[in-house]
Design a binder for this molecule. Structure first.
Ligand code: FAD
Ligand code: PYC
Length: 416
């Protein structure tokens, strides 16, 4: 992969970007691939990268209906942590967190991973019992975590209202120091450039409209630009997974709902960690640009409109003002929604399907950004070897038949 020097940066800055190389090719689709990945978000691009790099499978196309990283990857609030309750989920998210720690070096692309720590606040005795249980479980799994007192929290976040007379007093928090945030589009671009350098074709503005099967096996995808043959099709389409699965006659146990976020006008640095509260129900961090990045839970209805409803915005900013009275006069610049696909147990699906050669990676709900590197790694392994990667095995579709669900609603961070 080409390395970029300070000299390059300097000359490019003075050339009005004219000499900048494209970060990836824009090829016409071939008639046939070993693997077609549907969906060019972070997870799809990471899957392509690891298929090529780790498994030597390079005759691969990523087919994206919009632009790379323009779905939930572009719309999320970039919180990364691995403090999930159950062993299976904790192992998967911790694997991802370890990949995050070296990702900028791996991709030679600054993904701005910032381990500024994540606080999950508790406001009731039951919250605190749940927090203690989760932190204990995390530590048994080798994941960093501590239970903090209100005094310790106040030292980390001086602006947080820790007054015992507040409506929902802060009684404590879980603290994962290795958690934090990353730059969402840099992750997509880094994986895209890496995958392209191995020969993967990244095909944008091309919508998959059908999944062609013969004798119970996948043979390719129909697109709005024609048929593309494939021995394997790996679908990584987040909020649209139910729609894409239906193209192959499958019904997935996912529901698609809007999840909203907001950013404020930029402020001087005032919040250098991530604060989440499930009870008051809002979360917040400050981007490197200075904006407050804010969100809460999913909207209360299913749908595909990437907007959401106003009452959720109102509820979210009320929660933030309750937690941070000093932010009550900050103006909000933008609000948006993304469509998240949620499973009944708030855990993802990483799985083969009943159609030979057809795989799905979806159902990450409100929390898949943090999993991007790990998700791509284990899904690539699953697709390349036609069997689940050990970390992906508990997340196969068969759990909805066996009943071996992994209930992570408590650790999901925002309500589903
Ligand atoms: P996407 O980035 O959505 O990629 C899927 C792609 O598939 C899209 O680009 C789409 O255009 C494409 N596609 C769909 N249908 C087709 C088709 N028929 N043909 C071709 N292409 C198709 N997670 C966290 O861990 N931390 C957070 O802080 C966090 N905050 C969030 C805040 C909001 C407001 C939202 C909406 C989500 C948040 N998430 C968070 C969840 C996270 O964004 C997702 O789980 C994750 O980005 C999913 O990645 P992906 O690559 O699977 O999906
Ligand atoms: O999964 O940590 C998370 C999260 C935070 C905001 C949305 N999802």
């Amino acid at each position: 992969m080409k390395k970029y020097s300070v000299f390059n940066l300097f000359t490019n800055a003075l050339s009005y970007h004219e000499n900048w190389q494209r970060a990836w090719r824009s090829p016409k689709p071939k008639s046939d691939y070993d693997v077609v990945i549907v969906g060019g978000g972070g997870h799809g691009l990471a899957t392509a990268y690891y298929l090529a790099k780790v498994h030597g499978v390079t005759n691969v196309a990523v087919v994206e209906k919009g632009y790379l990283g323009g779905g939930n990857t572009a719309r999320n609030t970039t919180i990364v942590r691995s403090n999930y309750l159950w062993d299976e989920a904790a192992a998967l998210y911790e694997f991802a967190l370890k990949l995050w720690e070296d990702l900028s070096q791996e991709l030679n692309f600054n993904v701005m991973f910032s381990q500024r720590g994540v606080l999950n606040l508790g406001h009731t005795l039951q919250d605190m019992r749940d927090i203690e249980r989760r932190v204990n479980a995390n530590r048994l799994n080798g994941i960093d975590g501590e239970v903090l007192t209100p005094q310790q929290i106040q030292e980390i976040v001086p602006l947080l209202n820790c007054s015992p007379s507040s409506r929902y007093p802060v009684l404590g928090a879980s603290w994962q120091p290795r958690g934090g945030t990353a730059r969402h589009d840099a992750v997509a671009w880094g994986y895209a450039r890496g995958a392209d350098s191995y020969g993967v074709d990244l095909i944008q503005q091309t919508e998959v409209t059908g999944i062609r099967r013969e004798n119970g096996a996948v043979v390719g995808v129909e697109t709005n630009k024609g048929f593309i043959g494939a021995r394997k099709v790996a679908c990584v389409t987040a909020g649209n997974s139910g729609v894409v699965a239906a193209m192959a006659g499958l019904r997935l146990p996912v529901e698609s709902r809007p999840l909203q976020a907001l950013v404020s006008e930029p402020l001087k640095p005032c919040l250098d960690t991530v604060v989440m509260s499930n009870a008051v129900h809002g979360y917040i961090s400050q981007s490197d640009k200075g904006d407050l990045v804010i969100g809460a839970g999913v909207d209360g209805y299913n749908g595909y409109g990437q907007r959401g409803s106003f009452n959720v915005v109102e509820h979210t900013v009320q929660a933030i003002c309750e937690l941070f009275p000093a932010f009550s006069r900050v103006r909000m610049n933008r609000q948006w929604g993304g469509i998240v696909d949620t499973c009944p147990d708030a855990c993802p699906i990483i799985s083969k399907t009943s159609v030979d050669g057809l795989f799905f990676n979806c159902g990450w709900g409100t929390g898949g950004f943090k999993a991007t590197p790990g998700s791509g790694y284990v899904f690539a392994d699953t697709v390349a070897n036609n069997r689940p990667h050990p970390l992906a095995k508990p997340f196969a579709l068969d759990r909805f038949y066996s009943g071996a669900l992994i209930d992570e609603h408590g650790a999901a961070g925002v309500a589903h």
